[in-house]
Write a protein that binds this ligand. Structure first.
Ligand SMILES: CC(C)(COP(=O)(O)OP(=O)(O)OC[C@H]1O[C@@H](n2cnc3c(N)ncnc32)[C@H](O)[C@@H]1OP(=O)(O)O)[C@@H](O)C(=O)NCCC(=O)NCCS
Length: 160
């Protein structure tokens, strides 16, 4: 049995996929005080036009995923999550790199995302993959404790 890390696009809206995304999202976001998204939330997202889901697997086991929305030549990262026990092993970077090469192949030009100002791991991941901070949205996020945090806006110009 291989334990190689690989990332692939998964299509469809099966209950199995929606529950998996919800489970991984909850496990990744809860420790940092954010509510996870439910399977129904993911159904609404995945059914939107232009949405693509990429799942990272260690061998056969799904350990993380990223969701983007591509409209014309601009993409947005909707969310990315890696199971806490599997973080800091390169899965997040593998998901982002896979998405960038997917966007490149489709000749997308810009890739945007927002991240909470205190999310060091995600900011490191984005900066290491060429994203630049282009702005800030004051009080954009509400945490489970009720406090508000700014969002940093990042952009990547995709060079062909
Ligand atoms: C952000 C997240 C997806 C990164 O996934 P990951 O698999 O740990 O990422 P990687 O192992 O590929 O690490 C990417 C970079 O971030 C760094 N990093 C990872 N976790 C870190 C942490 N807790 N603190 C500081 N840096 C961290 C790594 O060292 C690496 O940097 P390097 O390339 O210079 O070595 C993961 O931490 C996560 O799921 N967090 C909870 C959900 C979340 O915040 N999503 C982003 C919302 S915008």
């Amino acid at each position: 049995m291989t334990t190689e890390l690989h990332v692939s696009e998964i299509t469809g809206t099966s209950e199995q996929l929606l529950s998996l995304l919800s489970k991984l999202h909850l496990s990744a976001f809860l420790p940092q005080g954010d509510a996870g998204w439910k399977a129904g939330d993911f159904r609404d997202i995945v059914e939107m036009q232009g949405v693509h889901v990429f799942v990272a697997q260690q061998g056969e086991e799904p350990i993380g995923f990223g969701v983007i929305r591509l409209v014309c030549d601009e993409a947005e990262l909707i969310t990315i999550a890696v199971e806490p026990q599997r973080q800091k092993c390169g899965a997040g970077a593998a998901i982002i790199k896979k998405i960038i090469s997917f966007l490149k192949a489709l000749k997308a030009e810009k890739f945007f995302l927002e991240v909470r100002e205190d999310n060091k791991a995600a900011i490191k991941l984005y900066e290491a993959n060429g994203f630049e901070n282009i702005g800030r949205r004051a009080g954009y996020y509400q945490t489970l404790s009720g406090s508000r945090k700014d969002a940093l806006c990042f952009a990547l110009i995709i060079t062909q």
